[in-house]
Write a protein that binds this ligand. Structure first.
Ligand SMILES: C[S@@+](CC[C@H](N)C(=O)[O-])C[C@H]1O[C@@H](n2cnc3c(N)ncnc32)[C@H](O)[C@@H]1O
Length: 282
């Protein structure tokens, strides 16, 4: 596998994904009952923005957002930014270290909640194991994330969230795999919340992906997308989206406040677009 998330950590797509993750978890913790968090493609959880690989993309992502006035940000974006700042070691004010999805979840999960973090790459899984060694809420697995969806869900807690964030080295095949995984998992775990990240390059490919999902019998399917380049431009990655199956109550409202604010900051030239739409309602 060629993909290395360290090269993309803190980029605009990571920011959008992690704001949606924070907003979703913030809604889940409002209810007292404990829940289970599954991160199927967890990554190594800690990224050095000071490295040459990462600095370029983060400059158009988290570092742009960090320069904004927090008082003017909508609540989930403000909460996300506070969490990223809190990840810095004591006495360090610069944003050198960026937390991946496992640490973002760790900041929001409560003592009774439980999580499983999976990565198929032995080096990433070993690093994850070191990072979460002392946290008894978290189990780390070196295994295929799609297989983990079948093996670990539904969880005994019944409530929970699965984040599906594959590298999309073969974009169309992975989109089909994600659509099938969402449909299969939702069928077995109707109470669960599912969140899947996807890259946006060609609009026609995404329209096909959405049609496949809408025809898969899924209910309560929300798409949140943010693009920083016009559709079909040759920038490489024009934008990204999160598909949410069975999202918590009012998450759509939270995201309709968060995404336009993020778009103003992440696309200062006004290029691209954002949307938060139900692909399928009840
Ligand atoms: C996009 S990165 C994950 C980023 C992370 N979720 C975050 O938001 O910080 C994708 C990760 O999936 C891992 N991976 C690739 N194929 C996998 C598979 N079949 N099962 C589990 N992990 C996989 C890669 O090693 C990589 O660390």
């Amino acid at each position: 596998m060629k993909y290395r998330h360290a090269c993309h950590a803190g980029n605009f797509a990571d920011v959008v994904k992690h704001v949606v993750l924070v907003a979703t978890l913030a809604r889940l913790v409002r209810k007292e009952r404990t829940f289970f968090y599954l991160d199927t493609h967890a990554g190594r959880a800690r990224y050095d923005l000071g490295s040459r690989d990462t600095a370029g993309e983060a400059a158009h992502g988290i570092l742009r957002l960090a320069a904004a006035d927090p008082a003017r940000l909508p609540p989930p974006v403000r909460q996300y930014l506070a969490l990223i700042r809190a990840f810095a070691p004591e006495n360090e004010v610069s944003l050198r270290w960026y937390p991946g999805s496992p640490y973002i979840a760790a900041a929001l999960l409560r003592p009774g909640d439980r999580a499983a973090l999976c990565d198929v790459e032995p080096g990433e899984a070993a690093q994850l194991g070191r990072e979460f060694h002392g946290d008894r809420r978290f189990g780390v697995h070196c295994r295929d994330g799609f297989e983990a969806l079948r093996a670990l869900l539904p969880p005994p807690e019944k409530r929970g969230l699965a984040l599906i964030d594959p590298p999309y080295e073969q974009q169309e095949t992975d989109l089909e795999r994600v659509a099938d995984a969402l449909a299969g998992t939702a069928g077995r775990w109707p109470e669960g919340v599912l969140a899947a990240w996807y890259p946006i390059k060609l609009a026609a490919v995404i329209a096909r992906f959405h049609r496949r999902l809408s025809g898969a019998g899924l209910r309560r399917l929300l798409a949140a997308e943010l693009c920083v380049h016009p559709d079909d431009s040759r920038a490489g990655l024009n934008g990204s989206g999160m598909l949410l199956v069975n999202p918590p109550w009012q998450l759509d409202t939270d995201l309709r406040a968060a995404l336009p604010a993020l778009h103003r900051i992440l696309a200062p030239d006004g290029a691209g677009r954002w949307r938060v739409d139900w692909l399928v309602r009840e």
